[in-house]
Design a protein around this ligand. Structure first.
Ligand SMILES: [Ca+2]
Ligand SMILES: [Ca+2]
Ligand SMILES: [Ca+2]
Length: 846
């Protein structure tokens, strides 16, 4: 039959059957940005490096972006079947990109094991080949440990199936495969000698067994968007479930590297299916809480590179009878390219009638959102009512029928030992700087404070930022909201239960109690209070079960207790390196808190101010050296803020003069980082101060506001660090608020809303509101204490879209475990409350 039809007809048939055919291949090629690209598929090969700070963040190695979703990561030679965050990661020591031959080769090194390997990725047919090459045979101690791994995102494969050499299976929704207990002597040591496993003193560790093993593995054969076929030409591929040992684990495909072999030792042919002429669905970015009628209202439409903007979009009003009516059709304005996508804008500022609206673009429409005078008035309630109470340390926290957690860390805390590099970025130098010996109890610290983020340490710097932010909110906006019952005496908090006291004062008090305890018992702001063991640190759930809440007693054996003390070394450590800028942050926060506490808790108010002034004087006498260290980049202006806060509280000119002396050089060297402080100071300073500041404001306007209009279609600050940028953006918006208050003719209020609207949904990747529970469609999976349940704590603000180099912005909604995208931290959440109220304030009376 084939013989009888012409070549032309054959081609025609091929075109007709193209969407179903495997024969028509879309070839990957290495593009200008040095990754493999074809329609619907990108393969990164170490475009991003493993991060030496938080180790395996699931953002490095060979990675696959499949129809717009990053579905695979961590492709590399690895030493565990399912590597955890603190397992050894290879260092990439060389990367060669051969564009002509469509090949990328990396050299990977495990320095401690003296083991180098080469991993090459080359295109072949409709897929690519991964080869591992060795110049020398595998070191003996790595035989049975080293293999080629590639990790697949569990949530991208939920409710799908697989085939191994034709044998069918269902991708597990929850891990329940077999595991093996092995003696710790058989374990490749984790980073820095840490252990993620609580072996209860038995000297053993846990390893998952493979789900299946075979020559050819097909993941999601039924789904052309997720279909990936992996064929091994030497030895089997195994499929593991990393969630068995760590909830943030991925599915791992793995082949072992054989002993005594050189040259190519592992070879896979990987064929991800792609949908011909696939185009990513447009994302219509807009504020999920809606808009105030009088503000500028611009939706930003994100389009596939192969897509071009439609002529127009429309705004449709949703009516009380359930029907809808078109309110406005307007031109869609092309903006151009930003990173990997095309952008266009749709301006519907002219619509000012209150009501519910939907944006329609082509055959797509958004969620409904309100237009009204009150849209911003309650968007901060979940953060203050729910999120902050849940973060309260040393408290039992109830919400109606639900107990969020018990009263945690009654056994706080002991002096951290010297010469420690800690897994959470904390450290101790060779001296304690306190009157306490290593591991000696420091009294008085089991009071107040918040869990820093999705982890449960007390991170003093973030505390200080949160306290300062709360005091600003209290002083500028006088929030009287009372929806939390807080009793410090019995350490009990109850959410949605008024007790006659404004909640913001109670939160300031809670943070200040911890900070005061640090200054009283240690003498300065400590780096933080954190866990001795890694297996405590990665805790998920109720923090009151991380330690036994009993003071350590060396006369008892581990896990033994007399009811009051215990022999288990689980009490948290107080880290006390000297960090002048951190100490100034503490001084500034105490000075600010002393004003807010006045007439509410006078004793705490007086105590805070005395401690702040004494600490200031002591710190001023010390040589100014050590901002050298590992934290200086966090807060170049801490001394300046402390001087300002002390001046506002005491009106003592010496603090005002100090502030005036420090602020100008800071503005000269780091304008964007210090303009907020400078603007906040205006009402307390002289007329000359304000007119001198104007020149800086003009420069800031040009460099930090107007330039952004050309940098990205959102016209806001988009961070590119390893932690996504919502906090910087919120800080930028707050600075713009202060500047608008003082220099309304120079800085328009739109620069405040733009930042807020971005956080609330007008951003790349998706249009979800980054504040859990705020807006029609908002984050429902965040990196908090309940992330193992794929859930959220209402009011938490996530870091947002993370840039994976060179051009992929991502914020996953079906996977909460990427902290750089989804972890809510106290400082950003406190600042969000301020920003929401600032937005309200600017629109007051309109
Ligand atoms: Ca932390
Ligand atoms: Ca209250
Ligand atoms: Ca204990």
């Amino acid at each position: 039959m084939l013989k009888t039809i012409s070549l032309k007809k054959l081609l025609l048939l091929a075109i007709i059957f193209l969407p179903l055919s495997n024969l028509v291949s879309q070839k990957l090629r290495v593009n200008d940005l040095e990754y493999f690209e074809t329609t619907g598929l990108n393969v990164f090969v170490f475009s991003n490096q493993y991060n030496g700070f938080f180790f395996d963040e699931k953002t490095s190695g060979i990675e696959i972006i499949h129809h717009g979703v990053r579905t695979a990561t961590g492709g590399a030679v690895r030493l565990q079947p399912t590597p955890e965050q603190w397992d050894q990661i290879p260092t990439m020591t060389a990367r060669r990109v051969d564009r002509k031959n469509n090949s990328i080769e990396v050299t990977l090194q495990y320095k401690d094991c003296s083991f180098d390997s080469k991993v090459t990725v080359t295109t072949k047919d409709d897929g690519f080949i991964i080869r591992v090459n060795l110049d020398k045979p595998l070191p003996e101690n790595l035989v049975g440990f080293a293999g080629l791994n590639l990790e697949f995102l569990p949530s991208a494969y939920f409710e799908k199936t697989y085939l191994v050499d034709g044998k069918p299976g269902i991708i597990p929704l929850y891990p329940s495969n077999s595991t093996e207990i092995l003696p710790v002597s058989k374990k490749i040591p984790q980073f820095n000698g840490y252990s993620t496993f609580d072996d209860r003193g038995r000297g053993e560790f846990l390893e998952p067994e493979p789900l299946v093993s075979g020559n050819t593995l097909v993941l999601a054969p039924e789904d052309p968007e997720r279909y990936v076929k992996i064929q091994s030409s030497m030895g089997n591929v195994m499929l593991f479930d990393g969630r068995t040992v760590a909830q943030n684990g991925w599915f791992v495909v793995r082949s072992m590297i054989p002993a005594n072999k050189i040259g190519t030792v592992v070879e896979w042919f990987i064929q991800p299916k792609t949908i011909p002429d696939w185009k990513r669905k447009p994302v219509i970015g807009f504020s999920q809480v809606g808009y105030h009628p009088s503000q500028t209202k611009v939706a930003v439409i994100e389009l596939d590179t192969h897509d071009s903007p439609l002529e127009s979009a429309s705004l449709v009003e949703v009516l009380p009878d359930g029907t809808s009516a078109e309110k406005l059709t307007a031109k869609v304005k092309p903006w151009g390219k930003f990173l990997r996508y095309n952008y266009a804008t749709f301006d519907f500022t002219s619509v000012k009638d209150p009501g519910l609206y939907i944006i329609k673009y082509g055959d797509q429409q958004t969620e409904a959102f309100p237009l009204g005078n009150q849209v911003y008035s309650d968007i901060w309630h979940p953060t203050l009512d729910v999120w902050f109470p849940v973060q309260m340390d040393h408290m039992f926290v109830r919400e109606a029928y639900r107990i969020w957690h018990g009263d945690a860390f009654r056994d706080d805390a002991v002096q951290a030992p010297v010469n420690i590099k800690h897994f959470d970025g904390y450290w101790m130098d060779s001296v304690t700087n306190t009157k306490y010996q290593s591991l000696e109890r420091i009294p008085g610290l089991n009071v107040g404070g918040w869990y820093d983020a999705g982890d449960f340490d007390i991170e003093t710097l973030h505390h200080c930022t949160a306290i300062n932010s709360f005091v600003d909110t209290w002083e500028k906006f006088h929030l009287q909201r009372d929806e939390t019952f807080i009793d410090q005496k019995t350490r009990y908090a109850d959410i949605h239960r008024p007790d006659g006291v404004p909640d913001i004062l109670q939160q300031i008090e809670h943070g200040t109690l911890q900070l005061v305890a640090q200054y009283k018992n240690v003498g300065f702001a400590v780096r933080g209070i954190n866990f001795p063991h890694l297996y405590q640190y990665h805790h998920l759930g109720d923090a009151s079960t991380i330690t036994d809440n009993l003071l350590y007693n060396p006369n008892l054996k581990p896990y033994e207790t007399d009811g009051l003390t215990s022999g288990t070394l689980d009490d948290r450590w107080v880290f006390t390196p000297k960090i002048p800028s951190l100490n100034y942050s503490g001084i500034g926060a105490l000075a600010a808190a002393s004003r807010a506490m006045k007439d509410y808790n006078n004793q705490l108010s007086d105590e805070s101010l005395i401690l702040a002034i004494n600490a200031w004087e002591k710190q001023q006498r010390e040589p100014r050296l050590a901002d050298t260290l590992r934290m200086a980049w966090f807060f170049s202006d801490a001394e300046c803020i402390a001087a300002l806060q002390l001046f506002i509280t005491t009106k003592d000119r010496r603090f005002g003069n100090k502030f005036n002396e420090l602020i100008w050089p800071h503005l000269d060297t780091a304008l964007a980082m210090n303009i907020l402080t400078a603007a906040e100071a205006v009402p307390y300073m002289t007329k000359e101060y304000k007119s001198r500041l104007e020149k800086y404001v003009l420069k800031y306007k040009m460099d930090n506001l107007e330039k952004l209009n050309h940098q990205n279609p959102y016209g806001v600050l988009i961070g590119t660090r390893g932690w996504a940028g919502n906090h910087e953006l919120i800080g930028w918006s707050i600075a713009n608020y202060y500047l608008n208050k003082e220099f309304p003719n120079l800085i328009g209020r739109e620069y405040v809303y733009r930042g807020l609207n971005y956080v609330l949904g007008c951003h790349p990747y998706s249009n979800i509101s980054f504040v859990a529970g705020v807006g029609t469609h908002s984050k429902r999976r965040t990196y908090g204490s309940n992330r193992a349940d794929f859930s959220f704590i209402a009011g938490g603000v996530v870091p947002g879209v993370l840039l994976l180099k060179p051009d992929f912005l991502e914020n996953k909604e079906d996977w909460p475990f990427l902290w750089g995208e989804n972890e809510c931290v106290i400082d950003i959440c406190a600042d969000y409350i301020f920003l929401a109220n600032a937005a309200n304030d600017l629109l007051k009376g309109e």
